[in-house]
Every structure is written in C-alpha cells, then in structure tokens.
Write a protein that binds this ligand. Structure first.
Ligand code: NAP
Length: 285
C-alpha cells in the first residue's frame, strides 16, 4: 500500500518520518509545499496517478493561530480549501484520507472532557478554518478519518516546549497563563495513533479525539518542562489570560475525551512520560 504524507516537514510529518520504518508493509511518500501544495489539484492528481496512492495522511496546515486573525484568506485556503481538494481527489480515486483537526473547533467553555459528539463552536479564525476543512471532508463522501488533537509539541520545528527552553536561556523571570487547561501531546504519540488507525482498518467516515493523557495548565506545563530539564534558575509567574492578550481567543478548557480512540486500541501515554522522552531528545542535541 502506498501512503502519501502531506505537510511532511512539519512537526507531525517529521514524527511520521521518524516512525515509518516500523511499518515496512507500507510505502511512504513524504511531501511538503515544494513537492505537493495541497491546494494544487493538478499536482495532486498527477502525483497520485503516478504513485498509485492508497492513503493520504494530511499533516499540512496553516498553524499560526494568532497570525491567522489577520491572514484569514491564507488560513482558509490552506485549512479549508486544501482539505476540500484532498477529499474530492480521494473520493474520485477511492483513496482513504486521514486528516488532522484541532481542539480550537470548540469554544473551550465547558469543564468536562470534550467528546466527538459535542457541538463545535470555534472562536478564532484558525478554529473556523479548521472546522470548515472538517465539514468539506465530511461532505465529500470520501472514506475519511478526522483526528482532532491539541497542544502538539515535538523535537521538530517550533513549539511551546522549545520556546520555553529558549526563554530559560534568555530570561530569569517569565509569566505563563494558568487559566487555560489542556493536554500536551507529543507528536510521536499522535503519529503512532495514526498508524494504529491505518493498521486496524477504516470505516467510511470516522472522527476521533486524540491527545496524551491528563490535563494541565500552560503554567504547570512550563514548570514541568523546567523541572524535567533540571532548570531551576528561572522564576515562573502564574498569570491570567487577560494579562497576556493575544490576537486569537484561546479555549480555557480544551481537554479532549479519548474513549473512542482507546477502544480502537490506540495507546494514550501520560503526558509527563512523553514529555520526558521528548526532552531527552531535545536536551541531548
Ligand atoms: N501544533 C499544534 O499545537 C496543533 C494543535 C492542534 C492541532 N494541530 C493540527 O495538527 C496538524 C499538524 O500540525 P503541526 O504542528 O505538525 O503543524 P506544522 O508543524 O505547522 O506543519 C505543517 C506543515 O504544513 C506545511 N504546509 C503549509 N501550507 C501547505 C500547503 N499548502 N501544502 C502543503 N504543505 C503545507 C507547512 O509548511 P510551512 O511551515 O512552510 O508553512 C508545514 O511544513 C495540523 O493539521 C494542525 O492544524 C496542531
């Protein structure tokens, strides 16, 4: 079976590259914008015809949440139109599509883990464009699996963990919000969950929530990053969201319920165990 990975240079794409040798039964094609712009239908059609693609894993996205507020058209083209193009091509060619979405499709105003059946209500441009991408896939009728995830980090690219480690070298005092709670998710764990879905088989349409296990505020996440890295010379102040204004509104509670994907057999590691594993790689380099 031939698998096309789009957005292959991003955090999730790189994490799939990292583990793909564990699945020798599949032939992977990793691409990013230069080889495969997901909004370019002609390019996609050529590629899938030449390489006889059976499965597409769409890791491509516009992920600059705050910048999206002022670049709505660019975000919409990549996060809404891109998935629509992939879904239509998949439907026409009998390809199975795995697509990644986000906790930002919810308003984050609940205080219980959010289920796949809960009603989306995005409050940001990014969340709106990601939800429109989900809807386009659903409406296309293709065999698709959508996985909503949250708070992704990895040893690759830019993310919260790497930003906090950099700030520890530059400052002796930082302030981090403690009134936004979620589940940090190691991109390698998500990559493994994707491969579980592929190896366990697909149904016609499915929607799953996947993050690592547990819930924590950004403040506590930062404190844990520092304590696991042996950093004790930075004072971390707990602040409220209004004290750190951002262009995009962020959900205050975005813990996703994972019962459905657990029933499928996906492993959901505790967030601190995965953070430890990732920090060992980052701090070694
Ligand atoms: N990061 C998070 O905290 C988070 C949380 C929840 C959900 N998600 C979702 O998880 C998925 C993976 O996120 P990630 O953190 O791995 O994202 P990422 O690191 O930003 O990677 C996205 C990749 O897609 C590429 N890309 C952008 N536009 C493209 C296009 N038109 N065609 C092909 N590739 C394109 C990007 O290239 P450039 O870098 O050159 O633009 C980048 O290499 C995304 O769907 C994201 O929405 C992420």
């Amino acid at each position: 079976m031939n698998i096309l990975v789009t957005g292959g240079n991003g955090q999730l794409g790189m994490s799939l590259r990292k583990i793909h040798n564990e699945f020798p039964q599949y032939n992977f094609y990793f691409t990013d914008i230069p080889e495969m712009d997901i909004t370019d239908v002609g390019n996609i059609n050529n590629f899938i015809a030449i390489n006889k693609i059976d499965i597409i894993i769409n890791c491509a996205a516009y992920t600059a949440v705050d910048k999206a507020e002022s670049e709505a058209e660019i975000a919409r083209n990549i996060n809404s139109r891109g998935p629509e193009v992939l879904a239509k091509v998949s439907a026409a060619n009998n390809i199975k599509l795995i697509h990644i979405s986000t906790d930002y499709v919810f308003n984050g105003e609940t205080c219980h883990p959010i289920k796949e059946t809960d009603r989306p209500d995005p409050h940001s441009v990014y969340g709106n464009t990601k939800l429109a991408g989900e809807e386009a896939i659903r409406n296309s009728g293709c065999d698709a699996t959508i996985i909503r995830t949250a708070w992704l980090y990895s040893e690759f690219g830019n993310n919260f963990v790497k930003t906090m480690l950099r700030l520890a070298k530059e400052k002796d005092n930082i302030s981090v919000v403690y009134d936004q709670v979620g589940s940090p998710t190691y991109a390698t764990d998500l990559a493994k969950a994707i491969m579980t879905i592929i190896t366990k088989g697909f149904s016609s349409f499915n929607l799953y929530h996947f993050t690592d296990e547990g819930a924590v505020s950004w403040y506590d996440f930062t404190k844990t990053i520092y304590s696991l890295s042996g950093i004790n010379n930075v004072k971390v102040n707990a602040i409220e969201s209004w004290q750190y204004p951002t262009a995009a509104t962020r959900p205050s509670y975005s813990v996703l319920a994972k019962d459905k994907i657990k029933k499928l057999g996906a492993e959901v590691p505790y967030w601190q165990d995965s953070l430890k594993a990732c920090l060992e790689i980052i701090n070694r380099n």
